[in-house]
Ligand binder design. Structure first.
Ligand code: GLA
Length: 722
């Protein structure tokens, strides 16, 4: 039984194949955390949450049963003696904001329930078990339900909280995090993913200072700047060994991940909606659900943590017919033509693309309204017949006649001031009365919390998707939110707008996918500005970055791989006009560690480039299953000199190593070691060299050729027996 309640010690014991999570209820109803880590059998672990007594400055409960300021709390609250970062703060109708919840009841069931109107991991009855704990605050009347789901096949735990107002008066939620996790004293470091436009998800690992460390977004989107992911790693943990706790929020809006190391060195990690620019009014009888946090514990280092996330997200987060289906190999016209195209130009790209083996033409920005540059037309989702005679249908029919699929770009959430939509409905934008609206890429943000706005967007997109055969949509979002206020919300609910916006986005995505269940969505936000697990629930692939420089992509894709699976990483072989010149071979090798595709005017390729493209397309097919369903091992991080990674098939019968030389020097590493093979199996490379897995992993591959800047190679191994 993955979840058990041990009556005698009032202990909740939750387990996955290799981990256990344990907490108990005290005599006075506190939920106290005992243990999270490598698997232990069900037992009483209350002694592990005991903390030493403190001076009068660290309070305890009146009955002296709990040292509130040092005890590891299962879900920390504000204003009642726990001065560390708190998960919950409710302001009741009389104005005070102290919150205190005590255990009431629990239930355990197979499977996992949906979080209403929000994306989350899902599981069949035999794939997971869920524990619901109800704890109440007798003063505010808040009834808090803490949800914990453990997965039968993965070392992952999904958590979220629900707050219900059982009082007769309204209450205000001021902070309501999704999870609180207590990690005892240790030499912990924080790993996180920071970045910028064209520099998304850069990995950083640092010692944790005493006090609060915070990673967050206030941009209305999960953002390029910080990703809703942190890992707490033992200082000695490596890619392959050591304790690591990962936390990833299934949310696309303002998030906060905070750690607080207290003076004893104990660590608290909370994650959820960012309380800045947030509040939620709960009328009597109403409830509020937080988004979900997925945590993974690994004692096999960062690599094992990542592989757990990859499998869980591929199988229990991504949905629909495309989640594990082979995705069409696409060519996107953006970097090839930008706004400057007509039907023939796009058709000619498709013609050559088809000849070299590509399977889908994606028409990017510029096909609608007066959209000849990024200053006009956004919001007017009507085809520009001057560019595309006969509309999308005529073009899509021509493409389909070639035997290819067709995809189309949209940026539904935005509007240019120079557009018919804005002229008709200026009030549809997020804005503060009397204040000038900030502008980004010459566009404003539509108020997706409004149903009339969502209805317009749904109808406009639905019409286009019905008129022509369109198998794929790229859903873009090219600026962040400012002046977050809605013309329709009453004053006391304006603080809800950022979260309501995100819920509106989910609603629109859900509606579109219900109406067009076979559609393949690719998420995008000026590259990877909204690359988060919530978007993966709707779009199983996300454009990772507008930066298509093969070398810059190494660190972007390295960071992204911390929690997101290769099958979600949108990556293209692109033209080099805005990047450094790198060999076609390297661009292809780097793009192969993702969805793979092309983004250039393929008609301008030389004969030689077309031939190499055919070869890369053949490799894409050859390695598809290995790369998309295999296990990823990060062998050499992109440290400025080189980078290498390995994919190993689940049955360990084949493996592919890719090595990229960032800066060629005499000292460039010649020996690269495989990882993840079966040590006792024998594997042959393509030159016929046969070695045991043990030799490939310990002695590695020895390359004698001198490598120059940006050159790369692959080594493919196939099992030939034990
Ligand atoms: C964003 C996307 C690009 C492209 C442009 C179009 O920047 O990331 O891939 O679609 O918008 O305007």
């Amino acid at each position: 039984m993955p979840i058990q309640y041990l009556e005698e010690s009032k202990t909740f014991y939750l387990s996955t194949p290799n981990t256990a999570y344990v907490f108990h209820v005290t005599e006075n109803g506190y939920l106290i955390h005992d243990y999270y880590g490598a698997w232990v059998p069900p037992c009483d672990l209350r002694a592990y949450s005991a903390r030493t007594g403190k001076a009068s400055f660290a309070p305890s409960t009146a009955d002296l049963l709990v040292q509130t300021d040092t005890a590891p709390m299962e879900y920390s609250t504000n204003g009642v003696g726990d001065y560390r970062v708190s998960a919950l703060q409710i302001r009741e109708y009389r104005g005070n904001a102290s919150t205190d919840i005590r255990y009431q009841s629990h239930r355990i069931y197979d499977g996992k329930r949906e979080i209403p109107h929000q994306p989350a991991t899902y599981a069949a009855e035999d794939e997971a078990q869920t524990l619901e704990i109800v704890a109440t605050d007798k003063v505010t009347g808040a009834r808090v339900t803490l949800f914990y789901t453990v997965f039968t096949n993965y070392d992952a735990l999904a958590r979220h909280a629900r707050v219900e107002n059982t009082a007769a008066h309204p209450m205000d939620l001021e902070r309501v995090y999704s999870s609180c996790c207590e990690i005892p004293f240790g030499d912990w470091q924080i790993c996180h993913l920071y970045g910028d436009w064209t520099k998304e998800r850069t990995f950083e690992r640092k010692d944790l200072p005493f006090g609060i460390t915070s990673m967050e977004s206030k941009r209305g989107a999960s953002s390029h700047y910080h990703n809703p992911f942190v890992a707490i790693a033992d200082k000695n943990a490596t890619e392959d060994t050591g304790a690591v706790y990962g936390f990833n929020l299934v949310y696309s809006g303002n998030f906060s991940a905070q750690t607080e190391k207290n003076s004893d060195g104990d660590l608290r990690v909370i994650m959820g909606i960012n309380p800045t620019d947030f509040g939620w009014k709960l009328e009597s009888g109403e409830f509020f659900d937080t988004p979900e946090v997925v945590s993974v514990y690994s004692d096999g280092g960062l690599g094992e943590m990542s592989r757990t996330y990859h499998k869980l997200y591929r199988n229990n987060l991504c949905r629909g017919p495309w989640k594990n289906a082979k995705r069409p190999l696409l060519v996107n016209n953006w970097k090839g033509t930008y706004f400057n195209f007509d039907q023939d130009k796009i058709y000619n790209i498709a013609l050559v693309a088809h000849e070299v083996g590509l399977e889908m033409l994606v028409l990017d920005d510029g096909w609608f309204g007066a959209r000849n540059n990024d200053k006009a037309g956004l919001g007017d989702w009507v085809v520009n017949e001057k560019k595309l005679k006969g509309g999308i249908k005529a073009l899509s029919d021509r493409i389909h006649d070639l035997g290819m699929k067709f995809g189309l770009w949209f940026e539904p959430e935005m509007v240019n001031p120079d557009s018919d939509l804005y002229r008709a409905h200026p009030d549809w934008c997020l804005q503060v009365e009397g204040r000038e609206m900030s502008i980004g890429r010459t566009q404003y943000v539509l108020d997706l919390s409004r149903k009339d706005v969502r209805d317009y967007l749904f109808d406009a997109m639905d019409k286009i998707l019905r008129e022509a055969r369109i198998e794929y949509v790229k859903w873009d979002f090219n600026r962040n939110i400012t002046e977050p206020a809605s013309a329709l919300l009453p004053a006391e609910r304006q603080k809800e707008i950022s979260h309501r916006y995100v819920l509106g986005l989910y609603d629109l995505l859900e509606r579109l996918l219900k109406a067009h269940p076979d559609l393949l969505l690719e998420g995008c936000s000026g590259g990877g500005g909204r690359f988060d697990p919530a978007m993966l629930y709707y779009s199983p692939q996300i454009w990772t970055s507008d930066n298509t420089d093969a070398i810059d992509r190494l660190s972007i894709q390295y960071g992204t791989s911390m929690c997101y699976p290769t099958s979600s990483v949108g990556s293209h072989v692109a033209t080099c006009h805005s990047t450094r010149i790198t060999p076609m071979e390297t661009r292809a090798n780097v793009a192969l560690a993702g969805t793979f595709g092309y983004e250039l005017d393929i008609t301008k390729m030389t004969e030689e480039e077309r031939e190499s493209t055919k070869a890369h397309v053949a490799e894409y097919h050859k390695y598809y299953d290995l790369i998309h369903f295999g296990d990823l091992y990060r062998v050499v991080p992109p440290d400025g000199k080189e980078c290498a990674w390995v994919y190993v098939s689940p049955d360990k019968s084949e493996a592919l190593l890719t090595f990229v030389c960032i800066r060629g020097r005499k000292t460039t590493r010649r020996t690269v070691k495989f990882r993840g093979l079966d040590p006792d199996k024998y594997y042959a490379d393509e030159s016929g060299t046969v070695q045991s897995g043990r030799v490939w992993m310990n002695a590695g591959v020895n390359r004698t050729a001198v490598m120059r800047d940006s050159e790369s190679f692959k080594v493919y191994l196939k099992e030939i027996g034990k």
